[in-house]
Design a binder for this molecule. Structure first.
Ligand code: PLP
Length: 374
């Protein structure tokens, strides 16, 4: 048996939507994007959504729209995809890492205050694997020190904690529709926010700071545009939005299927010696984006290779960012700087986890893990 690491949920209805978009005049940002943004804002219980080309673009744009820039420090976690801290650098700011909780892998909120300096401008928490950080505590700290909060919710479209949704207690949350995300356009992303100024700035800055997008310039009589502010080329296309619209309508049913698979894995791996799991608190509704096991760091790569050679698709989410060559060379980070992130980064293995995973595949993966660890 071979079990892919990921299989998407795109169905014939989604393909028909893309065909319809392709038959229309506007392939770039237009009516499909407007519709998707409206439906995404409603699902996210936020006032606005702004569609962009990737989660990385969403993070960069949210930081820039919130006014983070050169000279600023942004506090974040080292246990994330490099996109998180790269977006801080793209905004011209400096990433400042704070170690993670050993139980969850999320940024340790109790250590954030020690990292605040006179240059700190923002906190950028990441809801790792889909389990949300304590946004009430982060918001409390941010208010105390007058800091901006931008959430990396790339894993957390469906997540809540203590009834708080991504984007609810922050300036904005960034979502990703990358190939392995719960709804995907191959590449894609969005900002969700309640802040009218962030929405307005992000909408202008996602298209070179232009005063009018293509669908407005060509509606009726040609209209000139101005470049009002500096911006980037991050606008979502109608093709991407058409592919996402139907998936978003099914997002809760595909989430429910992943929730079942999560519990099936936990049941089948319960008591397996040498297999640990990140904690998910009782007040957390996880986005169930990744199913991760933690094994002996000295044996992780051997177990990873055994699983891989038995036909189980695996990944590592993540090795800590501060020890990536660029970060250690540029900022002088060393082994030992963030021990919890390093320990988890050396222990972690992500298993296949998606709505299309069949019962017998879950059994096969769980059996393979037990065998490989034993
Ligand atoms: C935690 C996290 N942040 C940011 C990103 C960046 O998203 P994208 O790949 O859509 O740019 C990803 C994933 O891909 C991610 O997993």
């Amino acid at each position: 048996m071979k079990v892919e690491f990921f299989r998407h949920n795109i169905d014939d209805g989604d393909i028909a939507n893309v065909c319809e978009a392709l038959k229309g005049t506007f392939l770039t940002t237009g009516a499909w994007v407007d519709r998707f943004e409206g439906e995404l804002a409603a699902y996210s219980q936020r006032r606005f959504a702004v569609g962009v080309t990737s989660g990385t673009a969403a993070l960069h744009l949210a930081l820039a729209a919130a006014g983070v820039g050169p000279g600023d420090e942004v506090i974040t976690t080292p246990l994330t995809f490099v996109a998180t801290s790269n977006a801080i650098i793209m905004a011209g700011a400096t990433p400042v890492f704070v170690d993670v909780e050993p139980e969850t892998g999320n940024i340790d909120v109790s250590r954030i205050e020690d990292a605040v300096t006179s240059r700190t401008r923002a906190i950028l928490p990441v809801h790792l694997y889909g389990a949300m950080c304590d946004m009430r505590a982060i918001k409390g700290l941010a208010d105390k020190h007058t800091l901006i909060v931008i959430e990396d919710a790339a894993h957390a479209l469906e997540a809540r904690r203590d009834d708080v949704a991504p984007g609810e207690l922050s300036s904005a949350a960034a979502l990703s529709f990358y190939a392995t995300k719960s709804i995907t356009s191959g590449e894609g992303g969005a900002i969700v926010t309640d802040d009218e100024t962030i929405r307005q700035r992000a909408t202008v800055m996602r298209l070179h700071g232009l005063s009018k997008g293509a669908s407005e310039r060509y509606a009726g009589v040609y209209q000139h545009y101005d470049m009002e502010v500096f911006g980037w080329k991050y606008n979502m296309s109608n093709i991407q939005a058409a592919l996402l619209t139907g998936q978003l309508a099914r997002v809760e049913s595909t989430w429910s299927r992943r929730e079942k698979i999560y519990h099936a894995y936990r049941e089948r791996l319960a008591g397996a010696p040498g297999v640990g799991f990140p904690a998910v608190g009782d007040d957390v509704r996880s986005g169930f984006h990744l199913f991760t096991i933690w094994v002996d760091p000295l044996r992780r790569d051997e177990i990873l290779n055994t699983l891989s050679s038995r036909g189980v698709g695996v990944a590592v989410n993540y090795r800590p960012v501060h020890l990536a060559r660029y970060y250690s060379e540029t900022y002088g980070f060393r082994v030992g700087d963030f021990p919890n992130a390093e320990h988890i980064g050396a222990s972690t293995i992500s298993l296949p986890f998606y709505a299309k995973l069949r019962e017998e595949e879950v059994d096969f993966v769980a059996r393979s893990v037990r065998d490989a660890v034993a």
